[in-house]
Design a protein around this ligand. Structure first.
Ligand SMILES: [Zn+2]
Length: 508
């Protein structure tokens, strides 16, 4: 690897999945992993195998499927049983990394680990050596490094590199660092650890003070050559450094940083969209790079400038990040061939059966609204993708409501190929009535924790997208539905979430 390439270490599936309400099942993790491989990340941190059998299984499947194309990493505490689990999960990956961590700050040594400095060093060395027996590619993280005494940090880094660590990560675990401070920490390591050139220095920053990306860029300036980050900045608490922001900052300001990444930037927007739709964590409209408004110019004077010469007010082009906007693409008479081409341009790989279904949905939508936009097509296809594996299907629904009527819903559902079941309920409104009628049939009662409606494109006849998060005995499940009828979209979203709960083995 040349000295000016930055290794992009994605931890959406590990740190990102620790965001409250963002847990993913194995099928969803595989889908995200596939997108990350296509995006071109160098390392995928796929999970923490000792955390649960589900985590172990997800890492194992990701390693098996993608471990020949991208390095797959598993996290382990500095404990034998953790490292054994990580090995077990990675065994089928050709490119594999074990990431061992142990806290080094005084506050963690004293209150969490109850170990002194000598014990910390000894434990760190032995776990790096144990991981090294399994793979050459070993990463060590002194947890809470940003709050660790600098000289002790240097000692830990030197000893773990001697023991075989090929990457040393310097985590700002609690989001305490500021750019200049973090720059100095990395520079200090470069100047004071004699064997530092035998390993790659990595950053891992949290956004508690809104500085995760700025700190990561400061680390690169100081000589770090790996950045740990997540799609949409997901992660513990306020989140991690946003991958899309770091990558585009390095690319847009290549004149200054003089480094590059292997990221296929045109996949940034589709990947962001996928992660948001799987986790149910919406991207704020004004979010840098991937927010809906990131490329919208409102002020007249800016619009005028853009029309004369785009670079007057635009430092990146929407197409550089694969932005899918309100492009008017197709109408009812566009035909199958044009539709298939457009779907491919939007980044989907569909087989013939899936293409046919998507085309049927498109024709049905084009019948209802005159103009079909890129964002509509993306919503339709994702809606179909989401259906895979659902046991309960919505056959029909009917609602009635009004200012003086009691809101009522009648629902027909079918479980696999069994006879269609029908039930009815009243509620606070028609959507509430629909949810209650569904719960009566499925036999589960959930708490609705989040309910969001947005319009997918423009106009009064636009597709509406509803997202729900439900809570069943402390477990969270997300669902999404799209339709030009908001009640139908809500019904589809709620049934999707119930289906996920049923698949996960939740019973009444
Ligand atoms: Zn973290």
């Amino acid at each position: 690897m040349s000295g000016d390439q930055i290794i992009i270490f994605d931890t959406t599936l590990r740190d990102g999945e620790q965001s409250p309400g963002c847990s993913m099942n194995t099928r969803e993790k595989l889908e995200v992993a596939r997108a990350l491989v296509e995006l071109g990340v160098d390392v995928i941190e796929a999970g923490f195998p000792i955390a649960s059998p589900g985590d172990f299984d997800a890492v194992r499947q990701i390693a098996e499927k993608f471990g020949d194309r991208t390095t797959i990493c598993a996290l382990a505490r500095s404990r034998d049983e953790d490292i054994e689990k990580a090995k077990g999960a990675l065994v089928n990956a050709a490119k594999r990394r074990i990431h061992v961590f142990l806290a080094t700050s005084a506050i963690h040594r004293e209150f969490k680990l109850k170990m002194d400095k000598a014990q910390i060093i000894e434990r760190a060395i032995s776990s790096v050596k144990m991981a090294k027996e399994f793979t050459d590619d070993v990463e060590f993280s002194p947890e809470d490094a940003a709050r660790t005494e600098l000289d002790f940090l240097c000692e830990v880094v030197e000893k773990t590199i001697d023991a075989g660590a090929t990457t040393v990560n310097i985590p700002d675990t609690v989001g305490y660092a500021t750019p200049n401070h973090y720059f100095k920490v990395i520079s200090y390591l470069k100047q004071n650890v004699p064997n530092i050139n035998n390993a790659i220095i990595s950053s891992h920053c949290h956004d508690d003070l809104g500085l995760a990306v700025a700190n990561s860029l400061a680390a690169i300036e100081a000589g770090a050559r790996q950045v740990e980050c997540t799609i949409n900045g997901l992660g513990e608490r306020a989140g991690n450094a946003a991958l899309e922001e770091i990558v585009m900052a390095l690319r847009t300001r290549a004149d200054y940083y003089k480094v590059h990444t292997k990221i296929n930037t045109q996949k940034l927007y589709p990947t962001s969209h996928l992660v948001s739709s799987i986790t149910g964590m919406k991207v704020q409209r004004n979010k840098a790079i991937v927010g809906q408004n990131a490329f919208a110019h409102e002020a007249g004077i800016h619009q005028h400038g853009i029309l004369q010469e785009r670079s007057t007010y635009e430092i990146m082009r929407p197409q550089d990040v694969g932005y899918v906007g309100q492009n008017l693409v197709l109408g009812k008479h566009s035909g199958r061939h044009a539709f298939r081409d457009r779907v491919a341009q939007l980044g989907f790989q569909l087989d013939d059966a899936a293409t046919q279904k998507a085309f049927d949905d498109f024709i049905a939508l084009a019948d209802k609204k005159k103009e079909v936009y890129d964002s509509d097509i993306v919503a339709l296809i994702e809606n179909r993708m989401e259906e895979n594996g659902d046991r309960w299907k919505l056959i029909s629904f009917h609602t009635s409501a009004g200012s003086s009527a009691i809101p009522t819903a009648t629902i027909q559902l079918q479980y696999l190929e069994e006879p269609v079941l029908c039930d009815a309920a009243i509620g606070d409104g028609p959507i509430d009535a629909v949810f209650k009628a569904m719960e009566r049939i499925v036999g589960l009662t959930a708490r609705l924790e989040q309910f969001d409606v947005r319009s997918v494109s423009e106009g009064k006849d636009a597709l509406g997208e509803v997202r729900v998060t439900i809570n069943l005995g402390g477990r969270h499940f997300q669902g999404k539905g799209v339709s030009t009828d908001i009640i139908e979209a809500a019904a589809a979203a709620y049934l999707k979430a119930l289906n996920k709960a049923v698949s996960a083995g939740v019973t009444a």
